[in-house]
Write a protein that binds this ligand. Sequence first.
Ligand code: SAM
Length: 290
Amino acid sequence: MNDTPAAWAWFDEALGVGLQLGLQVESILFREQTDLQDLVIYQTAQWGRVMALDGIMQICERDEFIYHEMLTHVPMFAHGSAREVCVIGGGDGGILREALRHPVDRVTMVEIDGAVVELCKTHLPSISDGAFDDPRTDLVIADGAHFAANTERSFDVIIVDSTDPMGPGEILFTSAFYADCKARLNPGGVMVTQSGVVMIQGDELTTTVRRLGEHFVDAHGYIAAVPTYAGGFMGMGWATDDTSLRQHSAETLTARFSAANIATRYYNPNLHLGAFALPTYIAERVEAGK
Ligand code: SAM
């Protein structure tokens, strides 16, 4: 079979700054224009199934563990005893899956587009891996910003696994939303956010740190290397009023990780600490937000 690039179909995403992501595609498994977004699920040659929303890469089976482990286990092990967790966005269920691996009482997941949940359960089931059926899961189909502004619930950890700051996701990058999340956090609580690929969307991390800093004592950022979030390190926003959460020793994190008995493929306690050791160009982005 001719396997030159010209013979393959490709999923291409223009990333900006003269860079694009291309994934060899074997077939389009499913496509639907939901009420809110154009959802496509591809079968790719070497990256498993891939979901795109409005033409933007969301997740792929081959490397999703990196992003989901780092956006979940860093705040969860930093907190150490989270029982009430809120996931804003995260329609594929990957964050939900990872959060439920901890001894939580409940994970409230607030996803604006119910079709994303249903279609991922059907066509990309490996990501949620049954998490939506866990009795501790409370799935709320709503705008995360509206939920944060109106719920009576409070949380130990809030994880914002949103699309990029456009369309329905835009409101999840606002200071008002962060203020409402702050009001929903219990003492000692922490929130983290998906803040883009720093080399490509660097202003996103700077702006997020700045806006989080308007409401939290410790607003910062950390990183993970996700191959299909092309362009370098993925930035993740961090916010808490408990400055000790970012000061844990390797011994403390190792003890918590061992006690949790969670098998991971990217996260480990040393990497947790290392994720905050930022390359200079990223540290500068974070400091510009302070
Ligand atoms: N990991 C991906 C990334 O880093 O770009 C994000 C994955 S997840 C599919 C993003 C989810 O955010 C989508 O399911 C989308 O429907 C949801 N979303 C976007 N805006 C939202 C809002 N205002 N409230 C709740 N969920 C929202």
